[in-house]
Design a protein around this ligand. Structure first.
Ligand SMILES: Nc1ncnc2c1ncn2[C@@H]1O[C@H](COP(=O)(O)OP(=O)(O)O)[C@@H](O)[C@H]1O
Ligand SMILES: [Mg+2]
Length: 306
């Protein structure tokens, strides 16, 4: 008798084969295939992940990308709180209550879309073949609707968060200048380096006092990481401490929309421009090199099982 892990592996193999077939047959009709999946994470909580995810999503959308946010902070789902919009359903409803991905997607400000993971992704590993395939079919619609999918995770070193990191195309790691936040970020990088030294981790320092402080942290973290963990970090940028961020949070609005001229907005735009730039040589957002949400989920199922 096959055990569950073996069964899932087989399903994923089948899905991969099918994906290759459908990719070649539709190649002429649909140029874009898979969305770029970017996981936003941190070692310590409360460092600004959700703020960065939401505002980065809007900045990328302003630059012409179709952006979807997946709220995967199961403990404290808070994209909806940040946006002041309460979604009716989560991915768990796709799994158990026959909802489609369209029922679960909400429209946010600035042309972005978001969906709540709920317990959906955690529950994936418990599903039978029929349910997994149904879920995969549903989730793959996200690839067609999005150029980039930003995933807002919880903090810390749980299996769940690790699998989100390992399965993504790219990782944005957020830290503040506080020593505890930096050491927790380093602990997370260390765990990633044990699994994959080639993993791309881009670091953002949030709530810095000034550019010097931020750059100093980015440099030191990069040096220590390449020396002791043999993993290359990529400094992505920083956001200074800005009272207007706190004000916008209280109004449940993204600061990029309420305070477009603020310091924080300027820095988020710098970061999004850098993300676009990194991509521009290959236009990586829409091409076949992206894992896409469908294979992202396959990888998650694999990672959580094996
Ligand atoms: N650049 C910043 N300047 C000032 N306050 C900030 C900044 N970034 C985040 N904050 C504050 O930190 C709190 C936590 O941010 P949040 O994005 O919810 O963090 P996380 O998602 O990592 O838990 C926010 O409510 C906000 O008040
Ligand atoms: Mg958060």
């Amino acid at each position: 008798m096959m055990d569950q892990a073996e069964r899932l592996r087989q399903i994923i193999e089948n899905l991969k084969k099918r994906q290759v077939v459908s990719q070649t047959t539709t190649l002429n009709n649909i140029k874009k295939k898979a969305a770029k999946v970017i996981t936003v994470t941190s070692g310590k909580g409360g460092v600004g992940k959700t703020n960065i995810t939401v505002n980065l999503a809007i900045a990328l959308s302003d630059m012409g990308k179709r952006v979807t946010i997946l709220d995967a902070d199961f403990g404290l789902a808070n994209i909806d709180v940040m946006l002041g919009i309460l979604p009716k359903y989560s991915l768990a409803d796709v799994l158990y209550n026959n909802k489609s991905i369209f029922d679960v997607l909400s429209n946010g400000p600035g042309n972005i879309r978001f969906l709540s993971g709920g317990s959906g992704i955690e529950e994936l590993v418990k599903l039978d073949k029929e349910h997994i395939e149904k879920f995969m079919t549903n989730i793959s619609l996200l690839d067609k609707l999005s150029d980039v999918i930003l995933i807002d995770t919880g903090a810390g070193l749980s299996d769940n968060v690790m699998s989100f990191i390992m399965a993504a195309d790219e990782v944005i790691l957020v830290t503040t200048p506080e020593p505890t936040s930096i050491t927790d970020a380093y602990a997370l990088i260390k765990m990633v380096s044990k699994r994959d030294k080639d993993k791309k981790i881009r670091v953002v320092v949030n709530r810095a006092e000034n550019a010097n402080e931020a750059n100093d942290i980015l440099n030191k973290l990069s040096i220590v990481t390449s020396k002791f963990l043999e993993l290359k970090l990529e400094p992505l940028g920083f956001i200074l401490y800005d009272e207007l961020v706190i004000k916008a949070v209280k109004m449940q609005q993204p600061f990029l929309l309420s305070y477009p001229k603020s310091n924080a907005s300027k820095h988020i735009k710098d970061i999004s421009a850098k993300i676009m730039d990194i991509k521009s040589d290959k236009d990586n957002f829409g091409n076949s090199e992206s894992v896409g949400i469908k294979s992202f989920v396959s990888r998650i199922v694999n990672l959580l099982n094996i």
